[in-house]
Ligand binder design. Sequence first.
Ligand SMILES: Nc1ncnc2c1ncn2[C@@H]1O[C@H](COP(=O)(O)OP(=O)(O)OP(=O)(O)O)[C@@H](O)[C@H]1O
Ligand SMILES: [Mg+2]
Length: 261
Amino acid sequence: METTVMVGLAVVATVSEPEVVIRLENVSVRYRVPTEPVGSFKEYMIRRLQRRVNHRDLWALRGVTLSVRKGEIFGIIGRNGAGKSTLLKSIARVLRPTEGRVWVKGRVAPLLEIGAGFHPELTGRENVYLNATMLGHSRREIEARFWEIVEFAELGDFIDAPLRTYSTGMMARLGFAVATAWEPEILIVDEILAVGDEAFRRKCQARMEQFRQNGATVLLVSHNLAQVQAICERAAWLDRGEVRALGPAADVVRRYQQANV
Ligand SMILES: Nc1ncnc2c1ncn2[C@@H]1O[C@H](COP(=O)(O)OP(=O)(O)OP(=O)(O)O)[C@@H](O)[C@H]1O
Ligand SMILES: [Mg+2]
């Protein structure tokens, strides 16, 4: 009898699933889009009180079910407007799904839009403090990492210039450098690497790879299919809010390409 139990346990150990850190169950997100132009916020409120605002429902996500495992780089691909950013926002808790459930285990560092969490009139330095504080770090922790962040972003003297003088790529560099200065448990990257030059993209890719090796999970939205194929284990293809394919990144990319020729 005892032997049987031992064998049973051994089997359980070898076939046990990798740990899931993000789980979406039947997630749908509805946006309400006004069907006619509304001039000002005041006008909108008046018309709303009078019940004269007509809305159209737009389902940006429909019944999305997927799991992301600890320690994987998971890609999300799909055409413009497919719902990729909406998916990331519901994982980052920026918006609450209209239906379904989102379950996340671990500290999330979201990089949702270029310049999100940054202030244009503040300098790069001030923005590092602002952004890192929002990510939950103390002044002391930020001071200790400050030069590492500047060095990774390769901003030089620009670090003391207001952010409005930065190029899009420079803003993306600073955003990535701050969000990854402390190893997050879950890193969410929405298309931010697209504006970086080749050298910077490679540097970011190496850093994500290193996180993954240390057990962090990365969620990456990208239109760069070669990059998704190169660095993601698995991927999902979103099509008009629905999951069209889910599995090994190479397979999903191939199916997406075949459907889009
Ligand atoms: N705040 C909003 N209010 C109303 N509709 C929205 C809002 N945000 C997004 N949408 C709509 O939801 C759909 C999905 O948008 P989303 O930004 O998630 O697409 P995406 O896959 O990230 O596209 P892209 O590749 O262009 O970044 C689109 O039709 C878009 O118009
Ligand atoms: Mg998007």
